[in-house]
Design a protein around this ligand. Structure first.
Ligand SMILES: NC(=O)c1ccc[n+]([C@@H]2O[C@H](COP(=O)([O-])OP(=O)(O)OC[C@H]3O[C@@H](n4cnc5c(N)ncnc54)[C@H](OP(=O)(O)O)[C@@H]3O)[C@@H](O)[C@H]2O)c1
Length: 330
């Protein structure tokens, strides 16, 4: 597995990491044993980055990660967590006191004195643009509560605002074949500033697995049922904001363009990881089979797969079927 610098931290993280929202809640039921097995399988395949959040299962995802890593002293993992959604996403809630309380809770859940990386969890634009936000985060670093911080964002403009701040380690943003706008300005700006980019929702919540049909349904407690139209949180977090049937057809076209033996999710993850400016891709996995397949996709970066040819099909499909609906929004 290729390892890449995590911004200016001196740490290295794998080009393909693991998103662990699935190990908390909102994706149907994942047992604790299955969650632990997903983490172990990822580590066994060279993954050195777990992305989590204090709200995934109200701390369940963090606690399962913490328990596993406590049993592995000397591990090489970086854990990136998030804070800011335990209260309403209103500017007045992003206070130094709340930051301190949230990071204390995450440190307890993860069983560490210092968080490797904490990301603001899609705060309002006013918070991203406010110098006081970064003063409060710098104070947490000075106190040793966190080693580094970043910002998870919804839009490219928010990403650019965060990238312009001197001590931001990473920006996490949705970037996948159905969400190409970050290619325009965000990735070049991040690279120039030495800010790491985490590409989240890389499989468009599973659409880019190519396994769904127009009639596929999801569990009632799965956001792919209850947030299709943004009822619970930003619509862009579910299927990347793409209409489900449009996405199913676009995924089928991308899959048909691939050579024998290369799966759509693997090609997608490799293509994302190959884009200049991307540090790591963080697919979520609900079981060991998915976690192993996703980590193994890094092997496609070794030259055996024509990433650029796939990229040409990606742009063609995006420009024809998705750009008009997606590009103006995020
Ligand atoms: N606001 C934020 O900061 C924010 C928001 C969203 C996500 N994230 C982070 O980003 C991570 C990734 O995004 P995501 O989990 O929302 O979406 P994703 O990675 O695009 O999609 C995950 C889903 O894709 C399917 N899948 C994964 N690997 C597969 C494989 N090899 N073969 C077939 N299907 C596969 C699974 O669907 P099935 O369940 O149908 O099997 C899985 O649940 C999250 O886990 C979280 O850590 C952060």
């Amino acid at each position: 597995m290729i390892q890449r610098p995590l911004g200016r931290t001196g740490r290295q993280v794998s080009a393909i990491g693991l998103g662990t929202w699935q190990l908390g809640a909102d994706w149907g039921d994942v047992s604790e044993a299955d969650a632990t097995a997903v983490l172990e399988a990822s580590m066994a395949h060279g993954v050195t980055l777990f992305d989590t959040a204090d709200v995934y299962g109200d701390g369940r995802s963090e606690s399962i990660i913490g328990a596993l890593l406590a049993a592995r002293p000397g591990h090489a993992m970086t854990v990136a967590t998030k804070m800011g959604r335990r209260l309403a996403q209103e500017p007045e809630n992003y206070t130094p006191e709340n930051f301190r309380a949230w990071t204390e809770r995450s440190r307890r859940n993860l069983g560490v004195d210092t968080l490797d990386l904490v990301q603001l969890h899609c705060p309002p634009t006013a918070v991203i643009e406010d110098a006081a936000t970064y003063d409060a985060l710098d104070a947490l670093v000075a106190e040793g509560a966190v080693a580094a911080y970043g910002v998870s964002v919804e839009t490219c403009d928010q990403a650019l605002a965060a990238i312009s701040r001197p001590n931001v380690t990473n920006v996490q943003i949705i970037f996948n074949p159905f969400r190409l706008k970050p290619l325009d300005e965000v990735l070049p700006a991040a690279e120039a500033a030495g800010v790491a980019i985490f590409a989240r929702v890389p499989l468009a919540s599973g659409l880019l697995s190519g396994k769904y049909t127009a009639t596929t349904t999801f569990a009632a407690n799965d956001h792919r049922t209850f947030n299709r139209h943004g009822e619970a949180f930003d619509r862009g977090e579910t299927f990347s904001g793409v209409d489900f049937e449009v996405g199913v057809a676009a995924a089928a076209e991308l899959a048909a363009s691939l050579p024998e033996g290369v799966s759509l999710p693997a090609a997608t993850l490799a293509w994302i990881a190959a884009q200049q400016g991307v540090t790591t891709v963080i697919p979520g996995a609900r079981n060991v089979r998915q976690a192993e397949a996703n980590a193994a996709a890094a092997a496609l970066l070794d030259g055996g797969f024509d990433v650029e040819a796939f990229g040409r099909v990606v742009r063609e499909v995006y420009d024809r079927d998705l750009r008009e609906a997606i590009h103006p929004l995020w």
